[in-house]
Design a binder for this molecule. Sequence first.
Ligand code: PHE
Length: 353
Amino acid sequence: MNNEIFEKAEKEIEIAQHGIKNISDNEKLEQWRIKYFGRKGLILSFTQKIGGLPEELRPLAGRKINEWKNYLNSLYENKKKEIISSSAIKETFHHGSMPLYTYPGKEPDYAYLHPLTIVTKNMVDIFKKMGFGIHTGPEIETDYYNFSALNTPENHPARDMWDTLYLDYHEKILLRTHTSPVQIRIMKKIKPPFRIIAVGKCFRRDAFDSSHSPVFHQMEGLMVGHGINFAHLKGILIYFLKELFDSEIKVRFLPAYFPFTEPSAEISISCVICKGKGCSTCGGSGWLEILGAGMVHPEVFGNISRKDPAYSPDKITGFAFGMGIERIAMLKYGIDDIRHFYNNDIRFISQFG
Ligand code: PHE
């Protein structure tokens, strides 16, 4: 009678072992688990029977139960792993009941050029056509290159034009506020005559708003040689602006002040949005200010010529100009907020490439 109980249980274990073989999903596996491990399952119901066995059989029954439990448990764990790995394979090759190789294929996302990259390239290409060389300079500058060498000595009131971010005020190390220090670096490196442009990041202590950013980009130009005059400056800049925007635009030169150029000019184009009639972009004036420029100040040449007489202001003249790239890109593409450039929103970036 007692042996019968054991035999019956062993049979059930055999059935469990066969039964689990055909299981291929989690739902059936759970039913299987309940059948053997549940409240009314084999293991518990047999455990309950121990009390009714003669005393000498009880230790054996306990050992057997443990054996069966471990065995059934290992069957269960192995099956679970098998189901997980086979469903991963299914997801790789199937979508629902459809084999994935019948699907049309998933196109990858494209990479796009940033609008500032595109506009910078347009601008550089125009100057390249006119024989300008391309240069760069460091973003971390000294007070000397950013100001003093550009005829803006310490305590000069014109320093107020650039809210400066100092990295070390006492050591006079700062983030360049414009690309004009590249003028000095170039003149210390190469001899006139030459014409170059320089593009790069600039930094000012400005808070973000729709038209200001503490980091922005500028393009600088410098042409130095014998007999370079204001007409050259006008000719080159008018050609550049008409190529960049539209040959129909008008270009206006107004007197301005920069410590490193004399005379200096502020250059505007007729509004590209309203064609000069007056709108919110041009503040109703019909004009958009785009550039600062002028003839290189003799003091600037003087600083260089102390070491290199080729730059004596008696012998050579030159002109320089500088412009903000963000502003130009905003006008070219009708972008109303400078912050769009830096948010890395693919919906914005992907509109220009
Ligand atoms: N560096 C000037 C600025 O950032 C622009 C400029 C460059 C003006 C060269 C004249 C000549 O405001």
